[in-house]
Design a protein around this ligand. Structure first.
Ligand SMILES: *Cc1c(COP(=O)(O)O)cnc(C)c1O
Length: 414
C-alpha cells in the first residue's frame, strides 16, 4: 500500500544523483528505525541478508567468549558455524533458517505452541537438555504475533545462548511496550513486497552496539578496508540497501500505525464473519500487541474433512458441515482470491529432513529420521499446517471483497 510520500524521496534521490548504496534516504531511514528500536540499525538489501549478518556476528561473539580470543580492530573473522548446532523456530519461512546453513551451521528445529503458534519455551528447554552446547537461538514472530519472548529470552540467558529475533513479519508488534526485533541480541526486520512496510525489497539488522553496527555495515559493502585501493582483510558481501529502495521505505515509515490499523480491521472482520463456523483465527494479543500482518484460519479438528496432500496434489472427501484447507484454498482460487497454506514446518521440508526436531515432551527426531524417542503427540507445527490456512489480507482489500471471501468459506462448510 502506498501513501504518496514515497515518490518524493525517490525523486530526491534521482535529482541529487544519489542512486547507489549511499545517500540521505538510507541515513534518514537508519536514524528513524534506530530511534524506534532503541538500538543502532543497519539498512540492508533484504531481511535474509540481515539474518545472515546476525548469524555471523553471533558466531563471532560465541567464538570470542569460548576462546577468549578477540578480533582486534574487527580484523579477521573468528567465528565459524561449521558443524555447530543452532536452535530455530520450526514453523516459519525458510529464510529464517537458510542463513544458518550458509555459515555451515546445523539447524535444530523447535516445535510451536498453540498460544502464539511460535516457538514453545517448553520445547526449547527440552532441546537444551538434549543439546546443552548450543549457543545461538533463532526465533520468529510469525504472521505478526509476538512469541513468548520474555520466557524465551530468559531460557537463552540461563544457557548463555545468544538470541536472534526474526521480526520480518512482526514490525510494529510490541511486548510490554517494547517493539519485537529489539529484544534479542540481534534482530531483523524486512521490507519485502508483502510486508507491512515495503520498499519492494530491503531489510534491517538491529544491533546491540556500535561495534556490531559498524561491522555489519562493513561486511555489507564488500568489507573494504580504509586504504588507498580496494584492500580486503575479511570476506565481504553486497548486502547494502539502495538509496532508491530506502526512499520508498522512508515514505512509508510514518504510516506504520495506519497500516497496522487497517490490518487489524481486516482481521476483526474475518473474526466476526467466521464466528459461526468451526474455525478459529490465528492468535493475536495473547502475548503483547500484534501488528495483525496476516489473518489465518484454523479448522477445529473434529470439523476437518479427510484430506491427503503432497507437494503437487491433494485429495479430500466432501463431508456436510466440514471442510479442509485444500477445499477452502481451491474455492478461493476459483474466485481469483489468493489464500495460501500455512508455512510448511521446516522439519517436514525435504531439504531439512535429516535435521533434528524437538517437541515439548522431549520427543522428536534426532537427525536422519532416527527418532529421539518414538511416540508422543503430533507436532504442534504439523497440526497447524494441516488444519490452518492463510486468508487474503492485503491492506487495499475492500469491504465487499472480504465479504465474498467470508461467503466462500461458509459455502465450503455446507
Ligand atoms: C519475509 C521473511 C524473511 C525474509 O525477508 P526478505 O526481506 O524477504 O529477505 C525472513 N523471515 C520471515 C519470517 C519472513 O516472512
Amino acid at each position: 500500500m502506498h501513501n504518496g510520500a514515497e515518490m518524493k524521496y525517490v525523486q530526491e534521490a534521482y535529482d541529487t544523483e544519489w542512486v547507489t548504496t549511499v545517500g540521505a534516504n538510507i541515513d534518514e531511514l537508519e536514524r528513524q528505525v534506530s530511534k524506534y528500536m532503541g538500538k543502532r540499525s543497519v539498512a540492508l538489501a533484504s531481511g535474509t541478508a540481515a539474518i545472515h549478518l546476525a548469524i555471523k556476528l553471533a558466531a563471532e561473539k560465541v567464538y570470542q567468549s569460548s576462546t577468549g580470543i578477540s578480533t582486534p580492530n574487527g580484523k579477521g573473522y573468528g567465528g565459524s558455524m561449521l558443524g555447530k548446532r543452532v536452535f530455530c523456530s520450526d514453523l516459519t519461512f525458510d529464510a529464517t533458517v537458510n542463513p544458518i546453513v550458509y555459515e555451515g551451521g546445523e539447524p535444530i528445529f523447535i516445535d510451536s505452541e498453540y498460544d502464539t503458534w511460535n516457538m514453545d519455551p517448553e520445547a526449547l528447554k527440552q532441546a537444551f537438555k538434549l543439546y546443552p552446547d548450543v549457543k545461538i537461538v533463532v526465533l520468529v514472530h510469525l504472521y505478526g504475533t509476538p512469541a513468548k519472548i520474555q520466557e524465551i529470552r530468559k531460557i537463552c540467558s540461563e544457557h548463555k545462548a545468544l538470541l536472534i529475533e526474526d521480526a520480518a513479519e512482526s514490525l510494529g508488534a510490541t511486548v510490554d511496550g517494547q517493539p519485537t526485533g529489539s529484544f534479542g541480541d540481534y534482530g531483523i526486520i524486512s521490507f519485502n513486497g508483502n510486508k507491512i512496510i515495503t520498499g519492494s525489497m530491503g531489510g534491517m539488522l538491529i544491533t546491540p552496539d556500535e561495534y556490531s553496527y559498524n561491522k555489519a555495515k562493513k561486511w555489507s559493502t564488500q568489507a573494504r578496508e580504509e586504504a588507498l585501493w580496494y584492500e580486503h582483510e575479511e570476506l565481504g558481501y553486497n548486502y547494502r540497501m539502495s538509496n532508491i529502495v530506502a526512499g520508498l521505505i522512508r515514505g512509508q515509515w510514518d504510516f506504520l500505525e495506519t497500516h497496522i490499523k487497517s490490518k487489524r480491521k481486516i482481521y476483526k472482520m474475518y473474526e466476526e464473519g467466521l464466528r459461526d463456523l468451526p474455525v478459529s483465527m490465528n492468535p493475536m494479543g495473547i502475548v503483547g500487541i500484534s501488528n495483525y500482518w496476516l489473518s489465518c484460519g484454523l479448522i477445529e479438528a473434529n470439523s476437518m474433512e479427510p484430506m491427503v496432500r503432497n507437494g503437487r496434489s491433494a485429495v479430500y472427501e466432501i463431508v456436510d458441515g466440514k471442510s479442509c484447507p485444500t477445499e477452502i484454498l481451491e474455492a478461493l482460487n476459483i474466485y481469483n482470491c489468493e489464500g495460501r497454506p500455512i508455512w510448511k514446518p521446516m522439519h517436514e521440508q525435504p531439504i531439512y529432513s535429516g535435521n533434528s526436531f524437538v517437541k515439548k515432551d522431549g520427543n522428536g527426531r534426532a537427525g536422519s529420521n532416527a527418532y529421539i524417542k518414538m511416540g508422543g503427540s503430533v507436532a504442534v507445527s504439523s497440526d497447524l499446517f494441516n488444519r490452518g490456512f492463510c486468508l487474503p489480507s492485503d491492506n487495499k482489500m475492500k469491504f465487499e471483497q472480504q465479504k465474498v471471501v467470508i461467503d466462500i468459506i461458509h459455502r465450503c462448510f455446507r
